[in-house]
Design a protein around this ligand. Structure first.
Ligand SMILES: [Mg+2]
Length: 370
């Protein structure tokens, strides 16, 4: 079997808002083979940049577009192809956007492998640690405490046992933050797990002050209070609070994650499969396991990310819950022909060959930017 085509499909809502919501567009990767098997992947990055990285022609041996590197290759040789892409992009890659583009292709290659062998991806990864994964409802903060509490209540009514809120307008002042948390806890009671995604707006001392202030709200974790570059700040916070610190969604390399674990001393390792790929995510999970840390997913995009996350979370012993965006755009909500259902706050790991998600051609056609 040989790779015959690698395409980057950019889908976009007609009107994009300047808010922290990455579901307003999507970059879908399609890898075709001469065996008639098609693999699907996704990249949650900058779609135009990802597309250029995939489509660029060869400049020289260390500056080549990913498509060029993969045409004619055997899609079953994923680890070797990861290395080939890494070396063929060395002068402009190694981090960030190039690794994200490689991640999307890596997902598509795993999809092809599963389809070729007639097996769900989690089995090829050696998994089956769990067939059903607990899911938390992931939300953006609303612009009032009451509206945010309504979202929390709705998640509870839908059967979720854990809920997270994130980003603006949270974090600006302690009094308003506590008003939000009061409203949420009053709405959902004591039994539901509550997580907070701060959105990178505090320094270490502010985080420690808030951690003390937030003790009555019994947060399951505090996510990304600091800028991802502030590793010494993370370490200071880790030394000064019992509250678990979660981070990782900006990272896309094994090197970045080991730094976050060893220098930042985080407690919960968050991997976005559409930025790291499954091949790398498995190595990241192993490094977390060696340090006694759990891994979870980050996901604010389509069911391709949801499916990849489920296979990943099923394939490692040290996973425990899945992030699921409950307010996705029309693109994210309707991309899959058969969306992955969330029932009683849980998702079943797909059992079909490959990732188990096929995009709806009509949705691609509707939102495709040509
Ligand atoms: Mg987050």
């Amino acid at each position: 079997m040989r790779i015959t085509e690698v395409e980057a499909l950019y889908l976009r809502l007609p009107d994009i808002q300047a808010r922290t919501d990455s579901s307003q567009d999507a970059l879908i990767v399609r890898v075709a083979t001469d065996a008639g098997i098609t693999g699907w992947g996704e990249v949650d990055g900058c779609p135009h940049v990802t597309k250029a990285i995939i489509e660029a022609p060869t400049s020289h041996t260390l500056v080549t577009g990913l498509r060029q590197l993969l045409i004619g290759e055997d899609p079953l040789e994923g680890a070797r192809l990861w290395r080939k892409m890494y070396e063929g992009t060395l002068y402009y890659g190694r981090e960030g956007a190039v690794i994200q583009a490689m991640a999307g292709i890596d997902l598509a290659l795993w999809d092809i492998r599963g389809k070729a062998l007639g097996q769900p991806v989690y089995k090829l990864l050696g998994g089956g640690f769990r067939k059903r994964v607990r899911v938390y409802a992931s939300n953006m903060f609303q612009f009032s405490a009451e509206a945010t509490a309504d979202r929390a209540r709705r998640a509870q009514d839908q059967g979720y046992t854990a809920v997270k809120f994130g980003w603006e307008p949270f974090g600006r002042d302690a009094k308003t933050d506590c008003a939000y948390l009061d409203a949420i806890r009053n709405a959902i009671g004591d039994d539901m797990d509550l997580m907070l995604d701060v959105g990178l707006v505090w320094d270490a001392k502010t985080t420690l002050q808030r951690a003390r202030l937030f003790e009555p709200y019994r947060l399951a974790w505090l996510e990304e209070p600091l800028h991802p570059d502030d590793l010494s700040g993370y370490a200071k916070v880790a030394a000064g609070t019992d509250l678990k610190l979660a981070a990782g969604e900006e990272e896309c390399t094994l090197r970045g994650f080991t730094r976050l674990m060893d220098e930042g001393r985080i407690d919960v390792v968050q991997v976005d499969l559409t930025r790291c790929g499954l091949t790398q995510a498995m190595a990241i999970a192993k490094q977390a396991e060696l340090r006694g840390l759990p891994v979870i997913n980050h996901n604010f995009t389509t069911d391709i990310n949801v499916a990849a996350s489920l296979h990943f979370l099923a394939a490692v012993p040290n996973a425990f819950i899945m992030e699921y965006c409950v307010e996705p755009s029309e693109i994210s909500r309707s991309l899959a022909k058969e969306p992955i259902p969330i029932v009683d706050g849980h998702a079943m790991v797909p059992d079909a060959p490959g990732l188990g998600v096929e995009p709806n051609p009509a949705i691609i056609e509707k939102y495709l930017v040509r």
